[in-house]
Write a protein that binds this ligand. Structure first.
Ligand code: NAP
Length: 257
């Protein structure tokens, strides 16, 4: 059976691990060619290693899909322009942009350094702008495109995450503004908001905090990367053509609106 995204081309940022890896695999399974972006640093954001992106590209190719690696730091404006150009050069078009790359620098505000504030806002919020700026030019010209950004339940305000909560709330506001700006050209802009998903980002949590969070989830378990990816694949699909400016919460009922 043909996938819902045959002939489409997608960029997924932060796709070397965790949720982004799941999203790259899911979009590929639906038929899209994928630019697998990943910096290859630590959860804190340091370093750069090409292995994670290459492994996901190899996995996609082994399954019969098309993919190419990109190692840009999404907080770098020019590197994001080059990433969009790479999609066009390699695959001839760009249809779907998934902004997923993310890091944590959790700290109470009175202990938080300026650098810890700046890097979290730079990766999540500026990184989301950086890719959209360049992709939206392509999408406007072709009068179609799907932009899927990554919010978080933490955007509602978790103690110890002032930088992350501010950045995620910023991504949500930016997404709603862009849904209005770009809608007239049939470009949709939506968010997924993961709750408590089993990835490297959450593995580091102390047991007590993990148990407390689990107790808030009606479905009684952590989510999996492929469950967030399923929502992203839907938002990228033809069936979601009339959905824009919204957020799909993938959180097992942890927060409801
Ligand atoms: P993860 O396992 O740590 O993966 C994050 C990915 O982003 C990594 O592959 C990382 O690459 C990449 N990345 C980090 N900084 C980057 C940069 N500057 N440029 C390019 N790539 C970069 O985390 P995750 O749990 O999958 O999180 C994915 C997204 O979901 C994030 O936006 C996160 O805030 C959001 N989220 C997660 C949860 C959760 O429960 N897990 C909940 C709510 C929201 P390297 O590590 O290879 O450098």
């Amino acid at each position: 059976m043909a996938g819902r995204l045959e002939g489409k081309v997608a960029i997924v940022t932060g796709a070397g691990r965790g949720i982004g890896r799941g999203e790259a695999l899911a979009l590929s399974e639906e038929g899209a060619a994928v630019v697998v972006n990943d910096l290859g640093g630590s959860t804190g954001g340091e370093g750069a290693d090409q292995t994670p992106a290459e492994e996901v590209v190899n996995e996609i190719k082994k399954n019969g899909g098309k993919a190419v690696a990109n190692y840009a730091d999404v907080s770098n404006y020019d590197a994001c322009e080059a990433m969009v150009k790479q999609a066009l050069d390699e695959f001839g078009r760009l249809d779907i942009l998934v902004n997923n790359a993310g890091i944590l620098r959790d700290r109470m505000v009175f202990n938080m350094s300026e650098a810890e504030w700046d890097i979290v806002v730079a990766v999540h919020m500026k990184g989301t702008f950086n890719t959209i700026k360049h992709a939206s030019i392509v999408f406007r010209q072709q009068r179609s495109g799907r932009i899927i950004n990554t919010g978080s339940s933490s955007g509602l305000g978790n103690a110890g995450q002032a930088n992350y909560a501010a950045a995620k709330a910023g991504v949500s506001g930016m997404s709603r503004a862009l849904a209005r700006e770009l809608g007239s050209r049939s470009i949709t802009v939506n968010c997924v908001a993961p709750g408590f998903i089993d990835t490297d980002m959450t593995k580091a949590l102390p047991d007590a905090q993990r148990d407390a969070l689990l107790g808030q989830i009606p479905l009684g378990r952590l989510g999996q990367a492929d469950e967030v990816a399923a929502a992203v694949a839907f938002l990228a699909s033809p069936r979601a053509a009339y959905i824009t400016g919204t957020t799909i919460h993938v959180n097992g009922g942890m927060y409801m609106s």
